[in-house]
Design a protein around this ligand. Sequence first.
Ligand SMILES: [Ca+2]
Ligand SMILES: [Ca+2]
Length: 102
Amino acid sequence: MSFCKTVGGKLVEIDNYWEFQVLSRMARNRRFPNFWIGITDMYSEGAWQKATTQGRQSYFNWYGSEPNSHGGYENCVEVKARRGMKWNDRACHIRWRFVCEK
Ligand SMILES: [Ca+2]
Ligand SMILES: [Ca+2]
């Protein structure tokens, strides 16, 4: 998140299905195996919000039984290419690629 601020943007936020299709296509083209998107429940467990604006998140694309809050500290969202771009909640400190937007 702080890197995105440095370059004058923010971690990409997904408002709807179509925005996510555009992002997925870009990630596939660049062969990203995993990447972060700007959604978090770090403020209130289970209440997913946009990381930058803290607006309520209404579109989701979770994989299977996710979000499962594995270990009780998964507060960020990764997109996994090999799970068909489905989402997983994951501990925030892992260094995947991320996508910034302006
Ligand atoms: Ca969580
Ligand atoms: Ca998870």
